[in-house]
Design a protein around this ligand. Structure first.
Ligand SMILES: Nc1ncnc2c1ncn2[C@@H]1O[C@H](COP(=O)(O)OP(=O)(O)OP(=O)(O)O)[C@@H](O)[C@H]1O
Ligand SMILES: [Mg+2]
Length: 527
């Protein structure tokens, strides 16, 4: 014994203070990265450098394949390292498999003396000891095993070295569980992200845009073409014609689909906030700028920036926007570093920009920058052919949302086609939603269709609602009686404007009430 001790060089002696240093290095290695393979590799390297243990190896138990697989190995030559991913140890097989099944450490003073030594890796020093300890796991089943070969022959030090490796195994257990947790969480988030992406892509795909009329078919074709390139697009059309839907469709069908789609409403903010919102600001740029903040341009880098209501923007906004469009670069407010951004611009407006330019309210140079690829969405009244298709599509969407079957009668469709839709598709959407709510049986008939602007048929200016009242309704409206109207309003007020309740109060069917609300021109918007 004494002889052995003196034959070991002093530097190889693994005393208590060295154990502490090694343990410290190992715990640092274990907490550094979240890549399990890398972390374990760094850990067994520390084992080699600070704890005099060679060929450190971590095997983890793979439940699905019911065997131990090498997760990290240190000190072997590259050929062995290349092949080790295929090496497996079944439970009870060899030294490692035995430790796994017995859940107890095994210490061999001379590795080649043990018949269980399989020598699959062909790296170990036959004359040196071998220590293998279980890595504790939840529910009493080890997560795997940790093995290493002490570089010295001292048998009397083996118990201390074994205890040391057992401590390390405990640390590994924490790391493996943490990483497992994190990767499960990351995987869950990744799946959620992919599902959302698919959902968004589906929501803004072509199958969510209805339009069989000639002008809409042409527009879809333009979108298909323009989506492929980075061309600036200017989407124009009255309110509710689908400008934002088109902007989304372009982005989600473009090569930038996985990059951000950032929306910005140019009319929503006062000038002083606008600049920092668009370009971001540095910490301390102004009172309240407590930390650095990225602007919309930076957030959209690599993706698409949708500038909505561009026609409402102020002169100073237009000047700033022009600069970034021309130069592709900007500075954050209060900063002097120039930031380059790669952003595709889609702008939208319901204003007549040419007229705005003539009146000096919109910069001509900016107009030309934006008007590279104009898409003009026709008002719904100019594509009456689409009303039926749109209604059916919107009703199917409502039915899915309400979780029931919904249908619409031909008479109701005819009524919808006779209206001028000043609020375009959005108004149609709202009108059908209201009607569906009032259709207890799920059949939307003409008696539950209420228009926002039920002016007389003679009103024909494009921005105004105009109903071509069918004869039956017209007659009924002519007969309207003030007493009836007041009674109905009183009942509605009493029932909190819930028509079904008002119907009960009046001893009528909900449908009769809905019909009367329409013909008596009662404004349900107090709802
Ligand atoms: N062709 C279409 N097919 C299906 N749904 C549509 C179509 N066009 C518009 N919509 C729907 O109509 C609603 C209004 O569309 P969107 O918000 O894109 O209009 P907009 O032109 O941006 O309106 P605004 O000028 O008021 O902002 C949305 O719910 C949209 O999904
Ligand atoms: Mg919009």
């Amino acid at each position: 014994m004494t002889q052995l001790t003196t034959s070991t060089p002093v530097s190889r002696r693994f005393d208590l203070s060295q154990q502490f240093t090694a343990l410290h290095k190992i715990s640092v290695a274990l907490s550094r990265s979240l890549d399990l393979g890398q972390t374990l590799q760094a850990m067994i390297q520390a084992l080699y450098e600070h704890a005099f243990m060679q060929y450190g190896m971590v095997c983890l138990f793979d439940k699905s394949r019911s065997a131990l697989f090498i997760e990290a190995l240190y000190g072997a030559d590259t050929e062995v390292v290349k092949g080790y991913k295929n090496v497996r140890y079944r439970i009870g097989e060899g030294i490692l498999g035995t430790v796994m099944s017995q859940q107890r450490s095994l210490v061999l003073p001379r590795v080649s003396d043990d018949p269980r030594f399989l020598d699959r890796l062909n790296v170990y020093d036959y004359d040196l000891p071998f220590i293998c300890v279980p890595i504790p796991g939840p529910e009493g089943i080890p997560l795997g095993v940790l093995a290493a070969q002490p570089m010295e022959l001292q048998e009397d030090r083996l118990p201390a070295s074994t205890r040391f490796l057992e401590m390390v195994a405990n640390l590994i257990c924490q790391t493996v569980r943490l990483v497992g947790h994190m990767s499960q969480e990351t995987e869950a988030l990744r799946q959620e992200r992919d599902t959302l992406r698919r959902k968004v892509k589906h929501q803004y795909g072509f199958d969510n845009m209805v339009g069989n009329s000639q002008p809409m078919r042409q527009i879809f074709e333009v979108i298909r073409q323009v989506a492929k390139w980075d061309t600036t697009v200017l989407v124009r059309g009255e309110s509710g014609t689908g400008k934002e839907l088109i902007a989304n469709a372009i982005h989600y069908n473009s090569p930038r689909t996985l990059e951000p789609f950032v929306k910005f409403n140019c009319a929503a903010l006062p000038d002083n906030l606008l600049e920092s919102e668009l370009f971001g600001h540095e910490k301390g740029a102004f009172t309240g700028a407590v930390r650095q903040r990225k602007g919309r341009f930076e957030l959209a880098d690599g993706g698409t920036l949708f500038l909505d209501e561009i026609g409402e923007s102020s002169a100073s906004f237009q000047a700033k926007l022009l600069r970034i469009l021309q130069e592709g670069e900007m500075e954050r407010v209060g900063g002097d570093t120039t930031i380059k951004v790669n952003v595709r611009i889609i702008a939208a407006t319901n204003r007549n920009l040419e007229e705005e330019v003539r009146n000096g309210r919109f910069r001509e140079d900016l107009y030309y920058r934006l008007n590279v690829m104009p898409i003009n969405l026709p008002a719904l009244r100019e594509r009456q052919d689409d009303i039926v298709g749109l209604s059916q599509f919107l009703i199917a969407k409502l039915a899915a949302k309400q979780g029931r079957e919904l249908r619409i009668s031909d008479g109701a469709l005819r009524l919808l086609m006779g209206y001028s839709w000043p609020g375009n598709v959005r108004e149609l959407e709202n009108c059908l939603e209201r009607a569906s709510v009032m259709s207890e049986e799920g059949l939307i008939d003409r008696d539950v269709i209420l228009f926002n602007h039920s002016e007389s048929p003679s009103m024909s200016s494009p921005g105004q609602g105009r109903v071509i009242i069918p004869p039956a309704l017209g007659d009924a409206a002519g007969d309207s009686d003030m007493d009836d109207r007041q009674k109905l309003i009183a009942a509605l007020e009493k029932s909190g404007w819930v028509q079904a309740k008002a119907a009960r109060l009046l001893g009528m069917t909900p449908r009769q009430v809905a019909y009367r609300i329409q013909i008596l021109n009662i404004n349900m918007h107090r709802l």
